[in-house]
Design a protein around this ligand. Structure first.
Ligand code: NI
Length: 135
């Protein structure tokens, strides 16, 4: 039986959405307030889900303490209270949209999750806007 287990987490980060190939005018048209040259913050809500078989000895798909610690070390410690464009190497040339942040988080966690288990990232940039990436 495959079961999906999930852990919620949270981080605050600043970003600016910007395409250097475009004029400032076009960046403002497409990205609106998110293209503010002086950056702005979001309260990101993260849901990390792992789907797999239940271990017969533990009754767990995955030990949630281990998942909690992985999110702390691989995601929160890297992204929380950071300026994503400036301080997070993955975004020096990658626009830090919610889509791209979700992919970066997935890539950081995927090697840490058992290969036979699936990993899904849901990232809320605002209470109403969220993206899902599962590889
Ligand atoms: Ni924004």
């Amino acid at each position: 039986m495959r079961v999906k287990v999930s852990r919620k987490a949270h981080f605050n980060a600043a970003h600016r959405l910007y395409n250097p190939a475009w004029s400032d005018k076009k960046n403002k048209e497409v990205f609106g307030l998110c293209s503010n040259p002086n950056y702005h913050g979001h309260n990101y809500e993260l849901i990390v889900s792992v789907t797999g078989d239940i271990d017969q000895e533990t009754g767990f798909v995955m030990d949630m303490k281990i998942l909690k610690d992985l999110i702390k070390t691989k995601v929160e410690n890297v992204l929380d209270h950071k300026n994503l464009n400036i301080e997070v190497v993955e975004f020096t040339k990658l626009n830090p949209t919610a889509e791209n942040i979700a992919i970066v988080i997935w890539n950081k966690l995927r090697p840490e999750i058992e290969a036979s288990n699936e990993l899904e990232i849901v990232l809320y940039e605002t209470p109403r806007n969220f993206v899902t990436y599962s590889g």
